[in-house]
Design a protein around this ligand. Sequence first.
Ligand code: FRU
Length: 528
Amino acid sequence: MIQRLKYFLWILAFGLLTSSCSNRNNKKPVSERTKTGYYQEQYRPQFHFSPEAHWMNDPNGLVYSDGEYHLFYQYYPDSTIWGPMHWGHAVSLDLIHWKHLPVALYPDSLGYIFSGSAVIDATNTSGFGTVEKPPIVAIFTYHNPILEKSGSNVFQNQGIAYSLDHGRTWTKYSGNPVLKNPGIRDFRDPKMFWYDKAKKWELIMAVNDRVYIYSSPNIKEWTLESEFGMGIGAHGGVWECPDLFPLKVGGSDITKWVMLVSINPGGPNCGSATQYFIGEFDGHKFIPDDTNVKWIDWGRDDYAGVTWSNIPGSDGRRIFIGWMSNWKYATVVPTTVWRSATTIPRELSLINENGHYFIISKPVREFRDLRSKSDIASIKQQSFTGENEIFMGKVSLMQSELLFDFKLSDNGVDSIGIILENSLKERFIIGYSTIQKQFYIDRRAAGNSGFSKEFAGVSTAPYIAGASLKLHLLVDVSSVELFVDDGRLVMTTLVFPTEKFTRLKLFSRGANVLLNNAEFHGLEKIWP
Ligand code: FRU
């Protein structure tokens, strides 16, 4: 309450509600709440996280603490369009069901609260708590719109805040900013983590076309260790929201370091996307194994994803969540009341194939609990060609999990795939071309796309399928997440059909294909 009051006073003092700080701050009146029920608007996701109302972008401050997964996020509580950024807040006991909490961080005289991270300061290095009652400490970017407007280069600086009551209330550090801008316009999105080998904090942040790595004994004083990225990886846009963490290679004792770096624009299929590097980190420097560009998700709608800190060792997972949108059209997608959702939280792991390491992403195992006990259908051993409608029993396609196991043979099959269709014949197509050796997702004729000429289109992803091909789809009202062969390839895609998709079709062109097995599950919604 006091934070909110302070925020309003600050807005009055600086007249910021009417100032524009970037081309994203294209103000429009706040949407009226619709007359539909709670979380029942036309395009409202039923099993993904979305804020009750207003604008959201990047996930921030992901930290597990005392049984709760915290999800903070870039939030503008006064509009469905990007504006002065706050940290919205929600918690979950299972990564699936979320409870909304009041805004955690409000802008202040140092600026808006841009993206950042949070940790448990277990040994109280910051002095904000005690060893018995360690603080949660957040580090974030202060983005000062007044300085930005004045033509200064130093409008992004890093500040910290702490909570001693399970993230419910926050105190900003009086010595902010703790990491000052050295004169670079894009200087943001700090992700910190404890580096146990050297008993120090490390921090990776995005600095224009690269990342900087810093270290600190106490979260308040930071020393530059190294930089990484110039001329390496994808550079079609500015680097944002990096992350750096160790990850075990499945079935071995080897641990590699993974660096995530979001870029905007310059993704493989237009606009925003997240690339990753695999290599070694010694507390000072990150050295990549190779410089090939790798994408964590080939779809158009997974951006700024980062991972949770402080997951207990007994659990040991590395859990990722992304913002399910794309800066190309995020501010104009046809939702009312709220804008944007997150992806399903995903467990990341590493595999080694022919001497190269790759990330595998799968929906977290807790997601299985959403499967309906009664709405379930399956198919076994069916051979088909052309387009075939599939009987799904009581499973409602728009809130479903679909699993397919195809057998590909050398009999001349050109492409196979899945179509979601409605009575208006709008169709969302997921295909695999055995000739081009690539997946494609076509939302050109899948419904509402007139809000942006960047939205409709075909996304592709190179992939060499083996003799069998497993597709795993999560379909939720206005999004489809595709996981291929247990997470070797992921494509996340928004879609806004005018009417709900009610028909599921399979296609095979060129020759017959054998569907070994398919399973369809209705999913419970996560909102009351
Ligand atoms: C990424 C991003 C971040 C920034 C935030 C502002 O989507 O541009 O770099 O901190 O959004 O909302």
